[in-house]
Design a protein around this ligand. Sequence first.
Ligand SMILES: NC(=O)c1ccc[n+]([C@@H]2O[C@H](COP(=O)([O-])OP(=O)(O)OC[C@H]3O[C@@H](n4cnc5c(N)ncnc54)[C@H](OP(=O)(O)O)[C@@H]3O)[C@@H](O)[C@H]2O)c1
Length: 270
Amino acid sequence: MTQRTTLITGATQGMGRALALDLAARGGTVLLHGRDRTRLEAVAAEARAAGPATTVRTYLADLSDLDQVHAMADRVRAAEPYLDGLINNAVAGGGEEPLKRELSRQGHELRFAVNHLAPYALTRDLLPLLTASAPARVVNVASIGQEAVDFDDVMLERDYEGLRAYCRSKLAMIMATFELAAELRGTGVTVNTLHPAHLMDTDGVRAYGLTPLTTTDEGVRPTVRLLLDPDLATTTGRYFDQFTDVRAHDQAYDPEARARLMELTHRLVA
Ligand SMILES: NC(=O)c1ccc[n+]([C@@H]2O[C@H](COP(=O)([O-])OP(=O)(O)OC[C@H]3O[C@@H](n4cnc5c(N)ncnc54)[C@H](OP(=O)(O)O)[C@@H]3O)[C@@H](O)[C@H]2O)c1
């Protein structure tokens, strides 16, 4: 484990924080991302306490601004000699005001931007470093909450609702995972995605008015498995419900939908 360097997005609370502490306790280098400097330094201090021998560095970026995503990727590539793990965990959830449609800095629907465009842009920008560090693994934290992307209204200008926007953005993330995994076959970089656990005890769950049913550790275990399990060294382009390789929403297997999504995605993140 000592050679590993893993970047975790959205490490300042919820499952991201729990992932940070879990990986910090295992050694190596842990790179923590957050959008708020105070929260980020607080979790970095916790991570250093959890793994005194672990190197912990922090990266600040608001993922609702693609310029900040690209700038963060540039900083990671400039500062890190090695990166063999990327966990795209950060999320804009259903929201405290689910009927309030919000936009990213670039004017895209916020859930689509933070949950799909930002992790895709970050991963793509970091591919040179990941490939040079191969074998490397990308883990995209999605959800069992999935709804088909409506290509006539990708930005949900009609009938907006936060959980619907979240579910569409998570299916977009799953479709992009499958596409990227296929593109990266043979490079030593794997890309998988998962539903970590049902209704973990996080602010995101409570903010939407849902009652937590599980702990963040329930989600950490299957997520860390995708990052570290030697048995999954060559597994790529799969969607897991916790520990089980399962089928995602039907749209994820529709080649035309995937092609449309990727054409749009490449245009928007460029
Ligand atoms: N909780 C569940 O039951 C559940 C179920 C299925 C899937 N998941 C998935 O598991 C992952 C973790 O969920 P969670 O419940 O732990 O989330 P959470 O508690 O809401 O935490 C979300 C994290 O993302 C960060 N974030 C949000 N918007 C951001 C932005 N614009 N720029 C940068 N960072 C931003 C937050 O930063 P701040 O601290 O600054 O807000 C925080 O660190 C997500 O991908 C989620 O979809 C969760």
